[in-house]
Design a protein around this ligand. Sequence first.
Ligand code: SF4
Ligand code: SF4
Length: 139
Amino acid sequence: MTPINKVKVMLIFPSMLAAEPISYYLVKSYDLKINILKAYVNYNVEGRLLIELEGTDANIKNALKYLKSLNIKTIKNGTGTYIDFDNCIACGACIAACEPGALKLENDKLVFDGTKCLECRLCEKACPERLIKNVFNQR
Ligand code: SF4
Ligand code: SF4
């Protein structure tokens, strides 16, 4: 019997897809169970969904490919914590603020481990470049 796995994925999708029944297609076409953990949808801006997908590895992989083909950004083990890695200067200030150890430097690049992130938002306040935000709770 093919093993069933679970994966937590953050989906960030553009405004024109905000009203699409994405979860319906994932269930129907890829035989996945979907658990929506957090959701933010604004028809005129963008949609954000933190979901748990349950199914075979192959079906999860194909579903993620399908989402990418729709121009939906997928972040495995994502949380509401969003980091603009492109503009990060690797100063390490956010690492010092992160007690659970979800942030570290590897080869002078910031690395985020969503499995450890508690969404406490202390890194957000610590970043001098204002590169971190919580996508579900913006101030
Ligand atoms: S939100 Fe909290 S736990 Fe998550 S990366 Fe930032 S400081 Fe660490
Ligand atoms: S505090 Fe900001 S600039 Fe510094 S490493 Fe963290 S995300 Fe990058």
